[in-house]
Design a protein around this ligand. Structure first.
Ligand code: AMP
Length: 214
């Protein structure tokens, strides 16, 4: 099974991907996570991408597509892929078709998480993650059971993304509307788009996605 999770920043793609990985042993291919790792490691790609990411703009199609190509090459044929935050432009959608063919895969579903953009700013500016294991949290919607302690690994160190501030979020949403949303009609023509109400609770969104994948 190979699926794309599509939706603006804060729609819940990362949260749902993490759950699908846990539950079905699929692999999450998040270009955002890969780029953040490259920035942290100060690789040439990371150094180039940092300013663009901080501004909420899009990194080049070649850079992100190369990251995806490398990941797909390391995967067992029977491990499902969840594309999270990729493709984000028409060019990337086209490149992805070629990459899937190259790696002997085909796309099963494009799951669009539909959300109310005004609510997203609050969602995004409240989110943080465990600095040790990466578990995702939110100040009000999904805080750790014991304040200041990660539910999963017990770490007391947390971090916030530098691009999760209101100004950058507005730019990221603008990028989504202008460049990413227009790739949907092409997938719709192939009959593989499924829509899920991304404003529902994490559990309800999970159940809706499971119903599609069954
Ligand atoms: P994300 O974690 O998916 O929200 O991505 C964070 C940032 O990384 C984005 O705002 C972009 O600057 C960059 N990025 C991630 N994925 C892509 C992509 N597929 N194409 C272009 N830029 C990307």
């Amino acid at each position: 099974m190979n699926i794309i999770l599509l939706g603006p920043p804060g729609a819940g793609k990362g949260t749902q991907s993490a759950r699908l990985v846990e539950q079905y042993g699929m692999r999450q291919l998040s270009t955002g996570d890969m780029l953040r790792a490259a920035v942290k490691a100060q690789t040439p790609v990371g150094i180039k991408a940092k300013a663009v990411m901080d501004a909420g703009e899009l990194v080049s199609d070649e850079i992100v597509s190369d990251l995806i190509d490398v990941e797909l090459a390391t995967m067992e044929a029977d491990t499902g892929a969840i594309f999270d935050g990729y493709p984000r432009t028409a060019a990337q959608a086209q490149i992805l078709d070629g990459l899937l063919e190259k790696h002997g895969r085909s796309l099963d579903y494009v799951i669009e998480l539909e959300v109310d953009e005004d609510a997203l700013v609050e969602r995004i500016t409240g989110r943080f993650s465990c600095a040790n294991c990466g578990t995702l949290y939110h100040d009000t919607a999904n805080p750790p059971a014991k304040p200041g302690v990660c539910d999963v690994c017990g770490s007391t160190e947390f971090k916030r993304r530098p691009d999760d501030n209101e100004e950058t979020v507005r730019t990221r949403m603008q990028e989504y509307r202008a460049k990413t949303a227009p790739i949907l009609p092409g997938y719709e023509a192939r009959g593989i788009v499924r829509r899920v109400d991304g404003m529902a609770s994490i559990g309800e969104v999970a159940a809706a996605i499971d119903a599609i994948l069954k």
